[in-house]
Design a protein around this ligand. Structure first.
Ligand SMILES: *Cc1c(COP(=O)(O)O)cnc(C)c1O
Length: 388
């Protein structure tokens, strides 16, 4: 029998890292020592108290049964208390908080609740690839909002044609931003609220990096803007905050009808989040400071080592105030893919070509600060030897 994929699978944009992955594999097989700065996944362990709580919770037979799709009330209460402490937000844990199996799960499902076939979804480019794919899976049409350096990597809302805005159902934004590491001031969020109100667009703010911020900077919540809770929701994740990417735990907060729409999709697809993990998440939100000082200090040091080194080599890079990414302009004469190939072949350094995050990422590469300082120093030494 011939197996034919559904059209929605065929329309997923080509996987741009296939070439790099192949080369990486070949080099690894040859025993070449690669420094992988391609991965947006913390190398540091989950804090001990969270692990201890999971161990205990895993023993409890009550936790072995199906969880509720919306999340345990203890977890949602911990979320609402954390949001109040951290952002000054007062949220009703019953109606304005939803647990997620990682925030990616919520981002992937939200268009199914609100996007009809042919509706437009406003998607940043470059951006986290899930916004575009989840739009396509729901039959929506992504309209890309370029994030450019001259505009601080914020989308220029006044550039969006009126006819597009009128057909748009959702707007995805993400600050602190992956992959550009840009941050948003409150004034930008205020513009987003006004725009969303004018055109009746649901705002989905991805705040996965709200707790990975440096030099004392505390990124604001979109929902703290006046009127924001009438137009949007915010996705949060414990993944980057507490080094918990493998655990799969996040949450959505905000407008109760938007939350309940997302919940309706979830009840029909998944059966919620293992309760022992929710208990561990509850422990984290109640008892650990965010941003977590131990990990922030480490990222700050790594950032400083890399930014200094890259600049000495003559590469142009901003010193990020948040996220563990560096968004580096590729030297003249190279595409993103070509420059990434040079770094890999001549230096054994893996970086991500910017165009993998959307066309507007062309001309950049992304490096993740998810390896230790010794290795980053080694990466700089290797970069110094490369001729470009
Ligand atoms: C890592 C990441 C996420 C997803 O995190 P989860 O592990 O699914 O909670 C969401 N958005 C962005 C921009 C990310 O980088």
């Amino acid at each position: 029998m011939r197996i034919e994929m559904a059209k929605r699978i065929d329309q997923i944009p080509p996987y741009l890292f296939a070439e790099i992955d192949k080369k990486k594999e070949e080099m690894r097989k040859k025993g070449i020592d690669l420094i992988d700065l391609g991965i947006g996944d913390p190398d540091l362990p989950t804090p001990k108290p969270i692990i201890e709580r999971l161990k205990k919770a895993a023993e409890n037979p009550k936790n072995h049964r199906y969880p509720s799709y919306e999340g345990m009330i203890e977890f949602r209460t911990a979320v609402s208390q954390w949001c109040e402490r951290r952002f000054g937000l007062k949220l009703n844990p019953e109606t304005e908080v939803l647990s997620l199996i990682g925030s990616k799960e919520g981002i992937a499902h939200i268009p199914l609740a609100f996007v009809n076939s042919g509706d437009i979804v406003l998607v940043p480019s470059p951006g986290y690839p899930v916004y575009r794919v989840s739009t396509l899976f729901a039959g929506g049409i992504p309209y890309f909002l370029p994030l450019r350096k001259e505009n601080g990597f914020l989308p220029n809302l006044s550039d969006i044609p009126k006819t597009i805005a009128q057909r748009a159902k959702l707007l995805f934004i993400n600050y602190p931003n992956n992959p550009t590491s840009a941050i948003a001031e409150r004034s930008f969020f205020e513009q987003v609220v006004a725009f969303a109100k004018r055109y009746q667009i649901i705002v989905c703010h991805d705040a996965a990096y709200s707790e990975v911020a440096f030099d004392g900077y505390q990124p604001p919540s979109f929902l703290d803007m006046e009127g924001a809770r009438d137009v949007g929701i915010e996705f949060h994740s414990l993944s980057k905050t507490f080094n918990m990417t493998g655990w799969r735990i996040g949450f959505a907060i905000g407008h109760s009808e938007i939350i309940s729409g997302l919940g309706r999709v979830k009840t029909n697809i998944d059966s919620g989040l293992f309760q022992a993990i929710q208990e561990a998440g509850t422990e984290a939100l109640h008892h650990l400071d965010t941003p977590l000082p131990e990990i922030i200090t480490i990222y700050e040091r790594r950032r400083d080592v890399m930014v200094k080194g890259l600049r000495e080599i003559g590469l142009e890079v901003d010193r990020p105030k948040a996220t563990f990414y560096l968004w580096i302009l590729v030297p003249k004469g190279y595409t993103s893919a070509q420059f990434a190939a040079v770094l890999l072949e001549q230096g054994g350094i893996v970086a991500t070509p910017g165009n993998g995050f959307g066309e507007e990422g062309e001309g950049y590469i992304r490096m993740a600060l998810t390896v230790d300082e010794t290795r980053l120093n080694e990466a700089i030494e290797r970069l110094k030897r490369i001729k470009f």
